[in-house]
Each structure stands twice: as structure tokens, then as C-alpha cells.
Design a protein around this ligand. Sequence first.
Ligand code: DAH
Length: 339
Amino acid sequence: MIEKINRLREEIEALTAAKAEEVENLRIKYLSKKGEISQLFNDFRNVAAESKREMGQRLNELKELATEKINALREQVSEQAEADNTIDLTRTAYPVALGTRHPISLVRNEICDIFGRLGFSIAEGPEVEDDWHVFSALNFAEDHPARDMQDTFFIQRSPDVLLRTHTSSVQTRVMEHAQPPIRIICPGRVYRNEAISARAHCFFHQVEALYIDKNVTFADLKQALLFFAKEMFGPETKIRLRPSYFPFTEPSAEMDISCDLCGGKGCSFCKHTGWVEILGCGMVDPNVLDACGIDSKVYTGYALGMGIERITNLKYRVKDLRLFSENDQRFLEEFESAH
Ligand code: DAH
């Protein structure tokens, strides 16, 4: 019997298990009612009286050893299973902190989207330009004040290399290379040599629209403007056109929309006029068409241009232009829900 006890001790000490099932089988093998250790307890009855004490002690120790070993194995196996299960595919995901679109991008996209629905496609051009594309081709007189150092950032003089002061330069570039029908919308950044304040900045953003075809009239322009105003500012919006002057359009106009803050009744926002100015527009001057290689006797067109910051101010009441370029997260996060 003593030999059997020793053999079992060695066997039990060397036990290993990888799964809960294996541990359970070991328990059955050694410790269940018909298990090997229980068998030994049965045999104990036949042990000679003088050895009973020692043998009993050894048997108890063996049972204790087996119980401890099996419990230890059970714990080890369940820890392992837990470690294997650390990827819980049913758990809801941690929230991912998403960035927000810049308000200028939101409004630019919205403007492009509205004109897109009228069949306009996006055209882009360089920010570093030459005099021809920004001024001369657009019918600016040689002595026009916009050419002055006051307004324009020149990178180089004669030949002039400059930062574009408006996105009308993209008109020039498209007309040079395409024949009508032309229907483009040109979003982009522009630069002017201005002192930075709440109301002016040395760079800002514009969207230009150009439509050239046979028989394009001022009525087409008005229709597009009204559609845009209602889509952008709501179906109740009214528009009015005031005569104006731009070198590249004739006739030219500035468009106002009814003040959506007071509904046109007059408030401090609209300086008690009931109207706020939002863009410039007009019929493309025949000189511009000819300068860009489009026959002004065959084609006519309209153009319009607006500042994205201005539209954003009207839509979201941003009072200080500098907020658009300071990247203050508290400001940017306000536009989270505008997506
Ligand atoms: N380029 C003008 C500006 O920067 C805006 C503008 C006015 C564009 C009238 C146009 C237009 O196309 O027809 O102030």
C-alpha cells in the first residue's frame, strides 16, 4: 500500500491540465467515490492494526495533496480562459473623438452643393497668380486702385506675381481653355493687404460662379440668385438687386437678402434697413469674353462672387472674423451639430 501511495503522490504532483474539462476528469480519477484515492481508503480497512496510524496519516496527506493540486489546476485553467477572453466582441465600442468640419468648409460645401443642383461644376485655380488672370483679363483699368500695393500682396514686380485678391481669376483660367457652355463654381482662398481686425482679414474665402452660353440673360442671373438665397437662408428669403460697378461685369449689381433676424422689419443687425448685402454679380463684360478667347457676339454670360466668411456670419452670427483662423477648439466645436 505504501508503494501505491508514493506512486500516486508522484503522479499527482506532476499533473497538468489545459482545460476545465481535463481538471474535472482528474478529480473524478483521483477523488470521486470510485476514484483511486477512495479505493485506497477502502483498502485501509485491511491494513494491519499496528500500521493503521501511519498509513492513515499518509492517506490523509495524499488526499489533501490531490485536493490542493486539483484546486490549483482549476484556478490556473480558469485564469487562462479569462485571459483568452479579454476581447469581448459584444461590448459597445469606446466613443471615437471625431474632428469637426471648419465652419468655412461647411458653408463652402453648402454653397457648392446648391449651385451643383443647378448644374454648376467646381473649378479651382492657383492662389499665386499673375496680373493678367487677376486684373488685366478682367477689364481692370491700368490705374485701377485694386492693383495698388495697398490691396494686393505682390510677390514680385514686372512681371507681376501676386496672391490673388479674388477668385474671379479662376474665371479667366477656365474661359481661356474652354468654350461655352461653361457653368462653373470656384471656391477658394484670397488675399488682401488689410490690417487684421474683427471686420477685415488679410486672407479670406470666396466663391465665384460663372455661366456662359448663347442667350444667357439678366433674368437667368436673377433666377439663380433667388434659388440660391432661398436654399441657403430659407424659403421665406427675399432678394433685391442694387446697381453697382465691377470692372468685369456690365451691368453690375449687388444683391441683398431680407434680414432673417428681424424678418425684414429692421433691427440693429441690418442697420434698420431690413436688408443685408451678400454678394456682387452682373453680366460678364464683353471685353472679358473677348480677352479670354470667347466670341462676345455669340455668347453672353453672368457671374457672381461672394465672401464665404460673410455668408457664414449671416448664417451663424460669427461677429469676429479672426475666430475663423485662430483654431480655438471652443469655437470650432460649436459647429459639431451643423454637419
Ligand atoms: N470679385 C469680386 C470681389 O472680389 C466679387 C464679384 C463681384 C465677383 C461681381 C463677380 C461679380 O463675379 O460678377 O469683390
